[in-house]
Design a protein around this ligand. Structure first.
Ligand SMILES: *[C@@H]1O[C@H](CO)[C@@H](O)[C@H](O)[C@H]1NC(C)=O
Ligand SMILES: *[C@@H]1O[C@H](CO)[C@@H](O)[C@H](O)[C@H]1NC(C)=O
Ligand SMILES: *[C@@H]1O[C@H](CO)[C@@H](O)[C@H](O)[C@H]1NC(C)=O
Ligand SMILES: *[C@@H]1O[C@H](CO)[C@@H](O)[C@H](O)[C@H]1NC(C)=O
Ligand SMILES: *[C@@H]1O[C@H](CO)[C@@H](O)[C@H](O)[C@H]1NC(C)=O
Ligand SMILES: *[C@@H]1O[C@H](CO)[C@@H](O)[C@H](O)[C@H]1NC(C)=O
Ligand SMILES: *[C@@H]1O[C@H](CO)[C@@H](O)[C@H](O)[C@H]1NC(C)=O
Ligand SMILES: *[C@@H]1O[C@H](CO)[C@@H](O)[C@H](O)[C@H]1NC(C)=O
Length: 701
């Protein structure tokens, strides 16, 4: 009975379902066809669009390199075809005429390509719209696929037999503020180094190599310096994405596609070491004025990676810049007429005026809410009103993000903000760099607040009152503590924060007078009145290294014993010790364990803000102190990339990016660190690092 009645109705419903399903499929198909899929827009807009290229075969016998480019990078090859005079395209061999008469070695005729036209004129020189210049692509593909041409049309292409930096425009090109430009470094095949018997030990770490991100085989420092302010941007040069195309192609062809994974990886590493490598970065020029671009090649052939072989000296090599003369760039205000720019040029703003204008513009930006904004260090002109600045360092500079600003928060204000917004306090796991941060916080900014260069000689002071009463001992030891190493600082009272023990249980707090001075109407106040006091649990570790005794993971043991107290903020500082004393693989394994422990100890009980503090920037030297830290800029970059990626993706952590602040220093400022083997920053920069964190925690939306 039941069955009899129900089935026909289900069947009639099935019919409806079927019609609905068919309509859905049609809809999805249409949606797929009309989405912005490259398949349906194979050629960019161009006057040559009407030319039919599909018949254009490249004679593979004569030109295997170009036929491989057409196979592997069809879009780039098409954009190159667009540059060939359409009259020749129809001839049997267009290549004979292509560029062969105007070949040049200063690369002028190979840049500023207009084949792929950007909709947005500010992106005209971005990497996306400026494919790798053809001769470079030719040499890269030739070396990667292992073929050479047999015809003569390309004999006169410029060679790629030494490393160089290449810009996408010729000299005297005027750019507009906020334009994006593609900066590329081409690293030719490394010369064998018979004096180094360990040369083949070095290679990039798997974590970055498999993702094709920096640090890869070569490390370099490419900077853009603004002439009027010396503001310096160090570009994050990343391996050209085409290397992944070439890698996949080679691996797919290995043993006719039958090779096992480990064998492919090994063969690929062997092959990639000896190829031409290309790195690129899209750089945005923000401030108007003149810029100077410079590139230093630091290490080749993986020699930055001291976990695999002996430490190699830091001997950077200055890269020639092509096209000749393009390294000096002029940036003007967008929308201004040519005459007006000429007028401005003639008047030649004074350096002070230019600096003031840039700082004024910066201070008009909204407040920052993150601790990882990219920025630059701006000089503070003489007599400038410093009320709005977050701090000034001993070079008279302030850290200035491009898109927002930091303000100066007093430590009294910070403690009020903590007590209201994060009443359950702070847990912090870190090394000597966080100790220096805490010294500034606990002393309410008194610690080393006299600029380290200008200490007044004084007799030794035994500081007995609270950390706020910190006074300089005024001698050379004190100077060193403020500038560099403060482990045994004479004027620091260990009751305030003991550097010799693992766990310090302390408070961020204001005195009654300090609270009173702040009043009850700060931006963090509400009707609830509580003391300006939160707990701070500071655990000192040497990263995740074996140097921790007891092991670093014992830091979490007390938390499992007492589930009642959970902080609102947890900060983890990593990378400085790890990059010096661990392999990346061991660090990765320990990170897995750390992340697991963080989840158990903190994320199952509450929802504290998790903050990852980056390692300090390292450059321009190797460690020759008795510690023999096996650290290099590439090693720090490699460890930071791993930890940052995992903290952000697995713990939704926020990033306290002190690395970016060091990276944006000028060369002269960077090499100041050579004097400080522990790679600590001076107290005045500690202060600005703190402001970055405090602003990100306390600024309201
Ligand atoms: C382009 O040329 C090829 C080969 O000659 C031909 O098969 C194709 O139909 C042509 N396409 C157009 C759009 O003319
Ligand atoms: C390629 O060039 C060779 C030598 O010039 C010639 O013999 C051959 O026919 C050409 N192949 C095609 C497909 O045009
Ligand atoms: C180049 O072509 C010539 C004939 O066209 C042939 O004899 C020679 O073997 C070829 N060389 C290579 C490397 O293919
Ligand atoms: C760029 O300008 C300078 C000075 O005005 C001039 O000497 C030089 O020839 C120019 N270079 C190019 C490539 O136009
Ligand atoms: C900018 O400074 C560099 C040196 O740092 C100098 O070589 C270059 O000529 C300057 N450019 C301009 C346009 O003043
Ligand atoms: C930029 O740095 C150079 C030396 O590196 C110095 O001579 C010059 O005064 C600095 N300019 C500014 C504006 O700070
Ligand atoms: C500096 O700026 C602050 C805030 O804009 C203002 O209150 C103060 O009066 C200024 N000081 C001077 C000396 O102009
Ligand atoms: C005021 O802040 C405290 C501490 O953050 C919080 O517990 C309380 O709920 C807040 N009260 C109001 C009225 O927002």
């Amino acid at each position: 009975m039941f069955r009899k009645n129900v089935w026909p109705s289900i069947v009639s419903h099935l019919w409806h379902v079927f019609v609905f399903f068919v309509l859905l499929m049609i809809f999805l198909l249409l949606a797929f066809m009309f989405q912005d899929h490259p398949m349906f827009h194979p050629l960019p807009q161009s006057i040559f669009e009407q030319v039919n290229y599909t018949h254009l075969a490249i004679n593979e016998t004569l030109y295997p390199v170009e036929s491989n480019i057409l196979r592997l990078f069809p879009e780039i090859m098409q954009s190159i075809l667009l540059r060939v005079d359409s009259d020749y395209v129809l001839e049997t061999d267009p290549w004979i005429t292509y560029k062969s008469d105007e070949h040049d070695t200063d690369w002028e005729s190979w840049v500023d390509q207009d084949g792929l036209e950007a909709q947005d004129s500010q992106l005209r020189y971005a990497c996306k719209y400026q494919p790798l210049p053809f001769p470079i692509l030719h040499h890269v593909v030739s070396s990667a696929v292992g073929v050479e041409n047999n015809g003569s049309a390309f004999d006169r292409l410029p060679a790629v037999d030494k490393p160089f930096l290449i810009l996408p425009f010729i000299s005297n090109t005027t750019l507009k503020s906020d334009d994006t430009i593609c900066v590329r470094v081409v690293v030719s095949q490394p010369a064998p180094d018979p004096s180094n018997p360990f040369q083949y030990l070095y290679r990039p770490n798997d974590y970055q190599n498999s993702r094709l991100v920096s640090p890869w085989w070569d490390t370099m420092m490419v900077t853009m310096q603004h002439n009027q302010t010396n503001a310096t941007t160090t570009l994050s040069m990343q391996p050209w994405s085409g290397h992944m195309v070439l890698r996949k192609d080679r691996m797919a062809r290995l043993l006719g596609g039958q090779a096992p994974g480990w064998y492919k990886d090994m063969e690929e590493t062997i092959a990639e070491r000896d190829l031409i490598h290309v790195y690129e970065a899209d750089a945005k020029l923000k401030d108007i004025g003149e810029y100077h671009i410079q590139g230093l090649l630091e290490y080749q052939a993986g020699k930055w990676n001291f976990e695999l072989g002996p430490v190699n000296p830091y001997e950077p090599q200055l890269l020639p810049v092509y096209p000749l003369g393009a390294e000096d760039i002029r940036v003007v205000k967008p929308g201004t007429e040519e005459e007006e720019n000429e007028k401005v040029k003639k008047e030649e703003r004074s350096v002070e005026q230019a600096q003031k204008d840039i700082l004024d513009a910066h201070l008009a930006l909204p407040l920052c809410h993150r601790a990882d904004n990219l920025g630059r260090w701006l000089p503070v002109p003489l007599g400038y009103n410093t009320t709005l600045l977050a701090g000034i360092d001993h070079h008279n500079k302030v850290w200035a993000p491009y898109n927002c600003r930091y303000r100066k928060l007093s430590y009294d204000q910070f403690n009020r903000c903590l007590a209201r917004r994060y009443p359950n306090g702070v847990d912090l796991y870190g090394d000597s760099n966080t100790r220096r941060s805490l010294k500034a916080m606990l002393s309410h900014g008194k610690w080393c607040d006299t600029q380290p260069g200008a200490l007044s000689p004084n007799h030794r002071i035994l500081n007995l009152e609270g950390a706020r009463s910190w006074k300089s001992a005024g001698d050379d030891g004190q100077r060193r503590s403020c500038y560099c190493e403060d482990y045994t600082e004479p004027s620091w009272n260990n009751e305030w924060l003991n550097p010799h023990i693992r766990l310090n249980d302390l408070f961020f707090e204001n005195t009654r007078e300090e609270s009173k001075a702040l009043g009850r109407n700060t931006e963090w106040d509400n009707r609830t009145v509580v003391l300006d006091k939160v707990r701070l649990r500071s655990y000192k570790w040497d990263g995740l290294t074996y140097l921790n005794n007891p092991g670093w993971d014992t830091a979490f043991v007390p938390l499992f014993g007492d589930p009642s107290i959970r902080p609102d903020i947890v900060v983890f500082s990593l990378g400085n010790w790890d990059a010096a004393f661990l392999t990346l693989a061991d660090f990765n394994r320990d990170l897995t364990r750390l992340i697991e422990l963080i989840r158990l100890a903190y994320q199952q009980v509450g929802h504290p803000k998790i903050i990852y503090r980056t390692p300090q920037y390292f450059c321009c030297r190797t460690d020759s102190s008795p510690r023999e830290r096996r650290v290099s800029g590439g090693r720090i970059q490699s460890f930071d990339h791993l930890a940052r990626t995992r903290f952000a993706s697995e713990l939704k952590a926020e990033i306290w990016d002190t690395l970016a602040m060091g990276e944006a220093r000028t060369w002269d400022e960077k090499i100041e660190s050579v004097e400080c083997p522990s790679n600590h920053v001076p107290s005045d920069i500690v202060e600005q690092e703190n402001q970055v964190l405090m602003n990100s925690l306390c600024n309201s939306f």
